[in-house]
Design a protein around this ligand. Structure first.
Ligand code: ATP
Ligand code: MG
Length: 719
């Protein structure tokens, strides 16, 4: 290592250093998990900045999640001694897309205060369009068409560009027409969906080459993390922008491509070398994250995949004291949660931080059991990623009110709450407003303001509508004068929304009121109502109160790029992991993507790795006896210990109790687990012991970040 090299360089190995110091021209870093790809990107930015090659605002850096963007920003700050005054263009593809669009909205027919619709809004809008076409929306479900549109947008295809076969596949050949009606409707609403955040800029860059040139001049250096999970539209976007300086550095790992189901294209890795001739390709082979047991386990598992670019991985961190990977069995998911809870408490007693532990689930419904258990134990946890806090019913309602106040043309938001709480606006009245608005191509709120001046509505709905219109006009008038949290509270009070839940006698109502309070509190961190709403629209991995020591619970998908001292992987059973849907839909490629997901899970662990499977699981309300995941049989014996199952009845004794056997028979690895006396004891004791602790739900500090009501089996983060 050169003498006098700055600290961010001297700690790197030669290949990493090459990747950092090759600042000019295209660079592709292709390397396995934990080899320091993200660290290379961070050091590279620090290097560029400290050599004065570019200002922070001239660097475009793309991460997979907002959380990763924040972390990267922090680390760069540390490396260059806090001299980074913000990196305005460090973020996810989507957040960078919003920024571009806000600047140039008019070039794609929007206004700069456009609304970003979420999936729910999109589906409702599409349903209206399908109905307006006189089609049966039961035969042609809006949800299905929303997925088709999303698929097209992932490929960067507008209505005129979709293949004929695709267009024919929906609504008797009306696919193209409907897609185009949807895009027109979005324009009228001054709104766009997630796909548009990429597709609009692409279209804009193509139609306005001088605008593109501006950005060519602006972005001197371009960096992309988790490159293996870019989709075609993202790649097109990147290629357009990177053709300027050509100083583009992408890092990725084909074995960690886990978003194929959402349009990610591993082939982008191969395309890179074609589209950027002369690209320097660097491979990193040393893993700095995990013990030899963990790395050996992960490498062996992934070697069962056929479609791989292939690479070697090694670690110097082989220590005879390192624990092997542990596989545990339990009777059902209640017991699994109970045993995991005890395991965590034990670790905590030994001085481990909860922050350093993570439970990574395949499907978000698995979380509830752990949440319930941890609440009972008084164990702090946070749910990261996946369906969010903001997706809860009451939060969505409140946000709908705020959205109409911030952007009066947001009809979808208005429709959501126009009669919530109930104020006597029936479907007929709402349809009248709707038709009036459509006929004149104005927003529903404007239509309502017109309609209340006429005799067209019956007196009761008219006075109800008058109150709605006057309320919104008043709140809109206060947006610049009243602090936004105060205004938000006012809106919920004056609309009767808070009162509605106060009057509600259901068991959930108190929780909903608490959530609304939490919503207002979370707004304090933002400057204005608009910036808050933008945050909500974008944020998919929000965190609050990072200071609380808490166990992390998240889906495998949202764990990408992260690392933890201890990782717990529950639910390794056929049908859950690998997931049935992936098996049904994807054949071999579906299974291989599941295996990559397992590889991602295994490689998150630094020191301790625990895998669990249960014999019985309730999936969507039905008890099913389960078969251990085939992935368990793909683990190398040399690195794995099968420890006794969770004998939680006399306290989780850990090794030696429960299921009796501590090592499985290779021929039929899990037979023992199923047939030992422990299994029967488990069954007998279930009713008295397992059920007991469910009552008390207090004591734990719970951070709820996400995990709303949405039933998303494939729960995942989003960039
Ligand atoms: P993933 O594929 O999971 O995203 P990655 O390749 O991005 O992994 P990093 O997260 O950058 O890997 O690094 C993994 C761990 O190894 C981090 O804790 C990082 O700080 C550490 N690390 C990376 N390079 C070095 C090095 N040269 N010396 C010491 N530690 C390193
Ligand atoms: Mg990384």
């Amino acid at each position: 290592q050169a003498r006098g090299a700055p600290p961010y360089l001297s700690g790197l190995n030669p290949e990493q250093r090459l990747a950092v110091e090759t600042t000019e021209g295209p660079v592709l870093v292709l390397a396995g998990a934990g080899t320091g790809k993200t660290r290379v990107l961070t050091s590279r930015i620090a290097h560029i900045l400290s050599l004065g090659k570019a200002w922070p605002s001239q660097i475009l850096a793309v991460t997979f999640t907002n959380k990763a963007a924040r972390e990267m920003k922090e680390r760069i700050g540390v490396l260059v001694g806090g001299a980074v005054e913000g990196m305005p263009w460090l973020g996810t593809f989507h957040s960078i897309g919003v920024k571009l669009l806000r600047r140039h909205a008019e070039l794609v027919g929007l206004k700069s205060d456009f609304t970003i619709l979420d999936t729910d809004d999109v589906v409702r809008l599409i349903k209206q369009i399908i109905q307006a076409e006189g089609l049966d929306d039961k035969r042609w479900p809006a949800k299905q068409f929303a997925l088709m549109i999303d698929g097209w947008k992932n490929k960067g295809l507008g209505p005129s560009e979709i293949p004929e076969g695709d267009a024919r596949a929906f609504a008797n050949g009306k696919g193209r027409e409907l897609y185009s009606a949807y895009q027109n409707r979005l324009k009228t609403l001054n709104a766009c969906d997630f796909g548009d955040l990429l597709c609009h800029p692409i279209r804009m860059f193509r139609a306005y080459p001088d605008v593109l040139k501006e950005y060519h001049a602006k972005f001197r250096y371009i960096l992309v993390d988790e490159y293996q999970d870019t989709n075609t539209a993202q790649y097109m976007w990147l290629r357009l922008i990177a053709q300027g300086s050509k100083n583009v550095c992408c890092v990725g790992d084909d074995d960690q491509s886990i978003y194929g189901w959402r349009g990610a294209e591993v082939d982008n890795i191969l395309r890179f070398e074609k589209d950027f001739p002369g690209a320097v390709v660097i491979r990193l082979e040393r893993n700095y994250r995990s013990t030899a047991h963990i790395l050996g386990t992960a490498s062996f598992l992934i070697s069962h995949n056929e479609g791989r670019l292939g690479k070697t991985l090694f670690t110097d961190a082989a220590n005879p004291e390192d624990a092997k990977v542990n596989v545990h069995a339990s009777w059902d998911s209640e017991e699994e949660a109970r045993a995991v809870g005890e395991e965590i408490e034990q670790a905590q007693r030994k001085g481990h931080n909860l922050n350093d532990m993570a439970i990574l689930v395949r499907a978000s419904f698995q979380m509830r059991e752990f949440e319930d258990r941890f609440v009972t134990l008084g164990l702090n946890y946070r749910v990261v990623g996946g369906p969010r806090f903001y997706e809860r019913l009451e939060i969505r309602d409140a946000l709908a009110y705020f959205r109409v106040v911030a952007q009066g043309a947001d009809d979808l938001a208005l429709e959501r709450i126009i009669n919530t709480p109930k104020r006597g606006l029936g479907e007929a009245a709402i349809r009248q407003v709707h038709d009036y608005a459509r006929a004149r191509d104005i927003s529903m709120l404007d239509a309502a303001a017109d309609l209340i001046q006429t005799e067209e509505l019956k007196p009761k709905p008219r006075s109800a509508l008058r109150e709605v219109v006057e309320n919104f006009q008043r709140w809109q008038g206060q947006i610049d004068t009243t602090p936004h949290t105060e205004l938000a509270e006012k809106i919920l009070d004056e609309s009767g929304y808070t009162a509605m839940w106060q009057a509600d006698r259901s068991a959930e109502a108190p929780g909903r009121l608490e959530n609304l309070k939490e919503l207002i509190r979370s707004m304090e961190e933002y400057e204005s109502l608009r910036s808050f709403l933008e945050h909500v629209a974008l944020v998919m991995d929000a965190e609050q109160n990072e200071n609380l020591d808490a166990v992390n619970i998240m889906t495998l998908h949202s764990a990408k790029g992260l690392e933890f001292e201890t990782v717990i992987l529950p639910g390794w059973e056929e049908g859950l992991f690998p997931h049935q849907r992936a098996l049904d839909e994807g054949g071999r490629s579906g299974l291989e993507e599941e295996r990559r997901l397992a590889y991602v899970g295994l490689t998150r662990a630094k020191k301790n790795l625990h895998i669990w499977f249960v014999s019985n699981r309730r999936i969507h309300g039905l008890w099913q006896s389960t078969i251990p995941s085939r992935f368990l049989e793909e683990l190398p014996e040399a690195h794995v210990d099968v420890v006794a199952g969770g004998d939680s009845y006399g306290g989780y004794g850990g090794r030696g109790g429960g299921y009796g056997q501590s090592r499985f028979d290779r021929a039929d690895p899990f037979e023992n687990t199923y047939s030992t006396p422990g299994w029967q004891r488990a069954q007998q004791n279930r009713s008295d012991a397992t059920r007991n602790n469910w009552g008390s739900r207090s004591g734990a500090k719970v951070e709820r970040i996400g995990y709303g009501e949405t039933d998303s089996v494939l729960g995942a983060g989003r960039g």
